[in-house]
Design a protein around this ligand. Structure first.
Ligand code: ADP
Ligand code: MG
Length: 324
């Protein structure tokens, strides 16, 4: 077993035992921990208050990723959500120096650490993962009026360490109940990958008033660019969903370049290809779906309901082969 590095102690977190660093952001650290009063495992996101403010006041050219809004929005949005594919916030507290977000522990870590590492990208497995993410996005967009704005592999977390079926899996009989728990991937043959959940609401935004289901603000006085912006802002999550699906299926992202300028240009033009040989055996239906997501015009891009209605999302996976 690897030696554990010394854990920091934070004033205000005396009720928890920090075990291991799970993630490392510019302004936050995430630890796995134990709630000493209940013995329950949790994840704690510790956000440094001051650096957050200093950076926000600072460089205008800084990547917007680094100018996150005060965590209050993140906390309010997380508090208002209740969905099996969204990481739960148990409690929130603060000290003069830090914000503490105590969350459900996603022991399996980031999606791509697991799947890319194992280079397993069957269409069934990709569908199993992406439908969970999509159902959370549908909930956010249609029921909560929330746009996440930071959907990416680092923010999609596994509930527990997935067991990806090996090339020669031990076949188990099909078990519908287990499948529901994410313990069995139909047509794949065994193992299990558990639930995938959306984390990190640090950039998310409420775009619809929940009660009236109208754009936020006084409608009659809202400028057209705001109305348009609100209408199109959900489409940023759909683009990101397309990037995640593309990457799941082939193991590399749709847009990449060593040069940030070239990369920016490729994204702006929506220039990507289904590169041979990696995409040769992937279905036309999957490619068709991706092309409706990686679509430069946000008005043409699929909405979450269009995504979920696409044939690829509704294909029944092949039944598992009989036990040998
Ligand atoms: P940031 O705003 O710094 O990106 P995140 O909320 O994305 O913060 O957390 C950073 C990283 O910490 C994530 O990418 C993930 O690896 C890990 N992490 C975050 N939340 C959890 C959690 N609930 N359980 C396990 N790991 C987590
Ligand atoms: Mg993040």
């Amino acid at each position: 077993p690897k030696a554990k590095s010394k854990m920091p102690s934070y004033k205000g977190l005396e009720n928890f035992r920090l075990d291991e660093k799970m993630g490392d952001g510019a302004f936050s650290n995430v630890y796995s921990a134990v709630d000493l009063s209940s013995g329950k495992p949790v994840a704690i996101k510790v956000v440094r208050k001051h650096e957050l403010n200093a950076s926000q006041a600072g460089d205008k050219h800084l990547n917007p990723q680094f100018k996150k809004k005060p965590r209050v929005t993140e906390v309010q949005i997380m508090r208002g959500t209740n969905h099996p594919s969204i990481v739960k916030l148990f409690s929130f507290s603060e000290s003069p120096e830090h914000y503490f977000l105590v969350m459900e522990l996603m022991a399996g870590g980031e999606l791509f650490h697991q799947i890319v590492k194992l280079t397993y990208f069957s269409e069934n497995l990709s569908r199993h993962v992406i439908l969970q993410v999509a159902s959370a996005i549908r909930y956010l967009h249609e029921e909560r009026g929330v746009v996440h704005r930071d959907i990416k592999p680092e923010n999609l977390l596994f509930e527990r360490i997935p067991i990806i079926p090996s090339k020669n899996p031990t076949r188990r009989p099909y078990d519908e109940e287990k499948e529901d728990e994410g313990d069995f991937i139909p047509g794949v043959g065994g193992g299990g990958i558990g639930r995938v959940k959306i984390a990190d609401f640090g950039l998310s935004k409420v775009v619809w008033n929940e009660e009236t289901m109208t754009p936020c603000g006084t409608v009659g006085y809202t400028a057209p660019e705001i109305v348009k912006d609100e209408r199109y802002s959900k489409s940023v999550d759909m683009w990101a969903l397309g990037c995640v699906l593309y990457t799941l299926l082939c193991g590399f992202p749709p847009f990449y370049d060593e040069s940030i300028n070239v990369l920016t240009e490729k994204v702006a033009r929506g220039y990507y290809t289904f590169l041979s040989p990696w995409w040769d055996d992937i279905s036309r239906s999957a490619k068709d779906l991706i092309s409706h997501l990686l679509c430069v015009d946000p008005a043409q891009r699929y909405t979450i309901d269009e995504f979920l209605a696409h044939p690829w999302c509704n294909e029944a996976p092949a039944p598992p082969p009989p036990p040998t």
